[in-house]
Structure formats: structure tokens, C-alpha cells
Ligand binder design. Structure first.
Ligand code: ADP
Ligand code: MG
Length: 627
């Protein structure tokens, strides 16, 4: 198929003017009957990679998807784009199942979403042949791998596909980028010389920020207030913190709901639906929330506590900005988060588990305390080299000040050496700050030359320096045989270089570490070519709000989430361009032929009324919207 043909199909069905990175080559491969393994970041546009081929090939494309909720949303979105999509899962009543089966038998479905359990059923697989199976897409394919973080036994059933359908192409998609997962997926699914695509995991539209949590109520409140009316998620590490934060936000007039595993299933479902449907703007949640939410207009993510791994952090922040418009994420952390995580680590059963958790923690600490471009560090986690200087994180924007701490570091390192490389941070800080505790006196450490040399700074400052020296690789912990807790500090070779004056140490200055939210999003990058990140003018904003109201009513009457009707980005383009005819609408991002047919006249009416009156009073009462 030619590139121009694919582009026309993209325009017609999705209303997009260009492919995102790698989409075109993947679509080409699937249409040509080749197997594919594709690792694309969250929001990278994986669905389109199998949905577009489904419209172009004869026969049925089966999509394996792990979550029922996800299937529903994906099918809703596909149907809105005029695709002949359906799903089969255990939540459907017998009538709905029969209806779908007969559509399948009449070859009226191009795209069928199913759970991995269903594919394990031999009778079902027999029918696939009758229905003319053309391709299989395995979404969230890392679930097949024990190396992945969401292994699901049922995914192992998929191994049978290659044997029973030797000529049908299989395309596997995941946002987990490790090579182990890649090899495992390819092997488990017996992919034949697949096209392997590993996209950049960079999310240029996301602004990364990190700050010390000094006054959580004020900091969280201010951040959320600065995103008034925009959808976002606050992650907290405990149920208690979730409830407290949700309560405070509500008291401050923010439409926020809590979400955690302690709430009953019905409440969780209701809160999730309210968020997806734009009935509330904020969810305060534990990490139990998020997987299976494709809401494209999440504009910000705030982590109120230190996350346990960079991998998890990246997946969670990746939920912002799927539509490619600018999004902002902030991580707030305090020293006591480390103690909490270490406590959990101490309770872990297996050595290997503990070691992995400890490594993850170190990586997170290196991220939050670093004076290096955040994007560079995040991408390094995915073995991707970024030159730094991304211009779209707090470090690159100059919001984090750094300080040369070589001299104080030498004082602390010297104390480590002089006390025999056996003590932890608290004792060392006692020595350096000249705290003559019982223990210090007993050990004679009050007679050391380093005793009291750091009296000019506070205890907290020294403790955090000790921590920075540890994950900066200048200090390491002694391992004590048969004991899970790490022992005292000793110098690494790097540490010795510093002590010898051959190397300097630069740290983020703790008093400046509280994030200053300057120049909000002024340089927010964006994922798609057609995107324009500049904010709307005031009149454009009013039209945007009118269109939002109309979208809400349309979504209600159709029983689908608003972002499925039209994305925020499409509304912005409409508010800017104000098309007055159908041809103009078709040129707008996200409006293909199906959406033009369904919503074209309502949108044009809203715009023309707005142009006439500068308002949208009447659209709210339009009876045709309730049809
Ligand atoms: P993933 O499954 O990789 O996390 P999705 O398939 O949910 O990502 O796509 C994320 C968002 O990107 C969706 O809102 C989708 O409509 C949008 N999108 C996908 N491809 C394009 C494209 N070529 N141009 C513009 N937007 C796109
Ligand atoms: Mg997806």
C-alpha cells in the first residue's frame, strides 16, 4: 500500500494529518501480513497501529486486551470513528453476546476485542476461521512475560495462536521497554521474524518537575489550583493520605474524589467513571488507579510521595498528555518517604526482591536529587540516550539551583574515615555538627578533629548531604553478613577522589529545592506536528467552553466519555480556526468522516451562534442534542 493511500485512510477514519513515530511502518507491516513487536510509550498511539489495518484488510482483526473496562472504552472510541468494532467479554448478558456473534457471522465486524481467556476456548477459535481471521493484535503484551510488571497467567494461552493460525500475522504491543520483556514476548508468541520497533520513550509534551515536600497542604493545593478546571491525578502512597488529600481539596472547592483498594468496588467504579466523564476534575489515588484508563485529556499528574521505582513513575506520569498537548507533572518528596520505603523493603521475604527494591529506590533518589536534566535521567532508565538540556524540565528551565558542596562533603567524608567506616548518617552528623551525645563521648569521637567542623549548617542539611553522597556514589553501605539492614557508610573510590581534592561535588541546594512554578508551560513542547501549544485567547477560550458543554451533552446522550466524542485538542483547534463549513471541519485535527457525519451540524451551529452572539446560551437548550 502506498504512503499516500495510508495517509488518506488516516485522515478519513481518524481525522489526523500525520502519523506519529513508527505508526506508518507498523501499519504497513501488519497489512502486508508480517508479525510485529512494538514497544511504544504510553500515549504513543498503539491502538491506531492495529485499528487502521483492520479497516484496510479483508476479514476480522482480533485484539487481545487484558481489562474489560479498557475494552469498552476502546470500542466506544473506535465506533465513534466509524469503525466496525465490537467486544466479547464476561460482563455482557446473553442477548448482547448473541447479537455480536450474529454480526460476526455476517462479517459485519472488522475489529473484535476479547480477553485472553476467551482465546483459550477451542470452540471460539474454530469460529475465528469462519469469521475470516485476518490479524491478531496483542495489546499490553508485556502481560505474557514474567519479567513484565503485570504478568498474567491467561496470557500464556496465547502461545497457541501461532500453531493454530500459522498464516495470520500477530502484532504485539507494549509500553514496557526492557529487552527481557521483548525477547520473552517474541518467544512466547512464536513471532516469525517480526518487525521489531522500539520507539523513543521520550514524551516531549510533558514538563517534569521535582520539589521537596515542606508544606504538603499548601503545595498540593497551589499546584492543583494552578490547573483549575483541568483533569489530573494526585498519587499518594497510602489510603490515609489519599483520603486526607481528597478531603482537603474538596474543602478548597475542587471537584476531587478518592480512589484506593480500601473502597468497595462500586464506589471505585463510580469515582473512576466520574473522572473519565469529566464530572470531576481530580482523582486522588493510590497506585491502584490508572491502568486501563485511556482518558486522553489528563493534563497533570502530581506525586505527593516518593515513588518506589522510576519504571512505575514513568508509567504513572505517562497518563498525562496522551492527546499530545502539553502536560505538567510534579513529584513532591520528603526525607521521611525514604524511611517508609526502606521499612517496606525490610519486610520483604526474598533477598532478590529486596535487592531489586533497593536498586529501584536508589534510582529514584538519584532522579529527585540530581541537578541533571530530568528527561535525560528518565530516558536513561529505558537505555535511551538523551543529550540533556531538554528545555522542558525544572532543571533545564533553571528552576533548580545547584551548589558546589565539595568542602562540606570533604568534612563529612573525613568524619566517615576517622570513625572507622562503620557508622550511619545520624552518628556521623552528630560528629560533624558537634553534638556530644552519650555515644559520641563513649567512642571518643568528640575528640576527633572533625568534631563540630560543620556547626554552621543544620542537622537536616547534613543528613540530606549524606544521602546525596550515598546515591551520588561517593559513599556506600557496608553489607553485614546475615543481616538484611545495611550497615555503616564507607567511601567509594569516587569518595576518596573528593576527599583528596581531585573531584568536586555539586548538589541541588536544599533551600532552593522547593519548586518555583515560574513561567508555567511557556515552552511546552508537543507530540504532533499539527499541534499548537500556545494558550487560547480569551474569546477562543469562551468558544472552547461552549464546545465543551456541547460535547458533554453529546457524550451523555451517547453513553460514552467526552474525550471519545472529540478530544480536547480538537476542541481547541475548533475554537481557534472556527470553521464555518463541512470542508473546514474535515481539516480539523481529530475529525474524520464518521465524526463529521455525527457531529458536523451541531458543531457548525455552535460556532455560528457563537460568532453571532459571542456566547453559547442557546446551544445548552438545543433539543436535538438530547436525541
Ligand atoms: P497508547 O495505547 O500507545 O498508550 P493510544 O492508542 O491510547 O496510546 O493513543 C493515545 C492518543 O493519541 C489517543 O487519543 C489517540 O487518538 C492519539 N493519536 C494516536 N495516533 C495519533 C496521530 N497519528 N495523530 C494524532 N493523535 C494520535
Ligand atoms: Mg493502549
Amino acid at each position: 500500500m502506498t504512503s499516500a493511500q495510508l495517509r488518506r485512510a488516516l485522515r478519513r477514519h481518524f481525522g489526523f494529518s500525520s502519523f506519529r513515530a513508527h505508526q506508518e511502518e507498523i501499519v504497513q507491516a501488519v497489512v502486508a501480513g508480517e508479525d510485529v513487536f512494538a514497544a511504544l510509550p504510553t500515549g504513543g498511539g498503539k491502538s491506531l497501529c492495529y485499528q487502521l489495518p483492520a479497516t484496510l484488510m479483508d476479514g476480522l482483526t482480533v485484539v487481545v486486551s487484558p481489562l474489560i473496562a479498557l475494552m469498552q472504552d476502546q470500542v466506544d472510541a473506535a465506533v465513534e470513528n466509524g469503525l466496525r468494532a465490537a467486544f466479547l467479554n464476561s460482563s455482557m448478558d446473553a442477548g448482547a453476546v448473541r447479537e455480536t456473534w450474529s454480526r460476526l457471522a455476517r462479517h459485519e465486524v472488522d475489529l473484535l476485542y476479547v480477553s485472553p481467556e476467551r482465546l483459550a476456548n477451542g470452540e471460539f477459535r474454530d469460529h475465528l476461521t469462519d469469521w475470516g481471521l485476518a490479524a491478531v493484535a496483542v495489546d499490553e503484551a508485556h502481560c505474557i512475560s514474567e519479567w513484565g510488571h503485570e504478568f498474567r497467567q491467561e496470557y500464556r494461552n496465547l502461545a497457541i495462536l501461532r500453531h493454530e493460525f500459522p498464516d495470520v500475522p500477530i502484532a504485539a504491543f507494549t509500553a514496557t521497554a526492557t529487552r527481557e520483556v521483548q525477547e520473552d514476548v517474541i518467544q512466547q508468541l512464536s513471532l516469525r521474524e517480526p518487525l521489531v520497533v522500539r520507539a523513543s520513550f521520550d514524551r516531549p509534551e510533558i514538563t517534569y518537575r521535582v520539589g521537596r515536600r515542606t508544606d504538603e497542604e499548601r503545595q498540593i493545593g497551589e499546584f492543583v489550583a494552578s490547573h483549575r478546571g483541568e483533569a489530573g491525578i494526585v498519587y499518594r502512597s497510602t489510603r490515609k493520605a489519599v483520603e486526607a488529600t481528597a478531603e482537603r481539596l474538596r474543602a478548597a472547592g475542587v471537584a476531587a474524589v478518592p480512589y484506593h483498594a480500601g473502597l468497595d468496588a462500586e464506589t471505585r467504579r463510580r469515582h473512576q467513571a466520574a473522572f473519565v466523564n469529566d464530572d470531576v476534575t481530580v482523582v486522588v489515588a493510590t497506585i491502584a488507579f490508572g491502568m486501563g484508563i485511556d482518558k486522553s485529556n489528563v493534563r497533570w499528574i502530581l506525586h505527593g510521595d516518593l515513588p518506589r521505582s522510576l519504571e512505575a513513575y514513568y508509567q504513572e506520569t505517562g497518563r498525562a498528555g496522551r492527546d499530545g498537548d502539553p502536560a505538567e507533572v510534579l513529584l513532591l518528596h520528603a526525607p521521611r518517604d525514604i524511611a517508609t520505603i526502606r521499612w517496606h523493603i525490610g519486610n520483604m521475604e526474598q533477598d532478590s526482591e529486596r535487592e531489586r527494591a533497593e536498586r529501584n529506590l536508589r534510582e529514584v533518589l538519584a532522579y529527585v536529587d540530581s541537578a541533571v536534566c530530568r528527561r535525560r535521567l528518565l530516558l536513561a532508565h529505558f537505555d535511551e540516550e538523551h543529550s540533556g538540556g531538554c528545555g522542558n524540565c525544572d532543571v533545564c528551565r533553571g528552576d533548580v539551583s545547584t551548589e558546589d558542596v565539595t568542602v562540606p562533603a570533604q568534612k563529612l567524608l573525613s568524619a566517615v574515615v576517622r570513625t572507622g567506616e562503620r557508622f550511619g548518617a545520624h552518628h556521623l552528623v552528630d560528629v560533624v555538627t558537634g553534638e556530644a551525645t552519650e555515644r559520641v563521648r563513649q567512642l571518643g569521637h568528640d575528640r576527633l578533629p572533625t568534631f563540630g567542623v560543620g556547626g554552621d549548617r543544620g542537622r537536616g542539611w547534613w543528613l540530606s548531604l549524606a544521602r546525596e553522597l550515598e546515591h551520588g556514589g561517593y559513599l556506600e553501605r557496608q553489607r553485614i553478613e546475615g543481616q538484611s539492614r545495611p550497615g555503616g557508610f564507607r567511601l567509594t573510590s569516587e569518595g576518596r577522589m573528593v576527599l583528596a581534592g581531585k573531584q568536586t561535588v555539586v548538589a541541588t541546594a536544599s533551600d532552593a529545592a522547593e519548586t518555583q512554578r515560574r513561567s508555567r508551560r511557556s515552552s511546552g513542547a508537543s507530540r504532533d506536528q499539527a499541534a499548537d501549544a500556545t494558550p487560547l485567547r480569551e474569546d477562543q477560550q469562551r468558544l472552547f467552553e461552549c464546545l465543551r458543554q456541547v460535547r458533554r451533552r453529546l457524550a451523555r446522550s451517547r453513553g460514552v466519555p467526552p474525550y471519545v466524542v472529540l478530544s480536547d485538542k480538537t476542541l481547541k483547534v475548533l475554537a481557534r480556526n472556527r470553521p464555518t463549513d463541512r470542508a473546514g471541519l474535515l481539516r480539523c485535527h481529530g475529525i474524520g468522516e464518521a465524526k463529521l457525519d455525527q457531529y458536523g451540524s451541531v458543531i457548525l451551529r455552535t460556532i455560528s451562534e457563537f460568532l453571532a452572539s459571542g456566547d453559547c446560551r442557546s446551544t445548552g437548550d438545543d433539543p436535538t442534542l438530547d436525541a
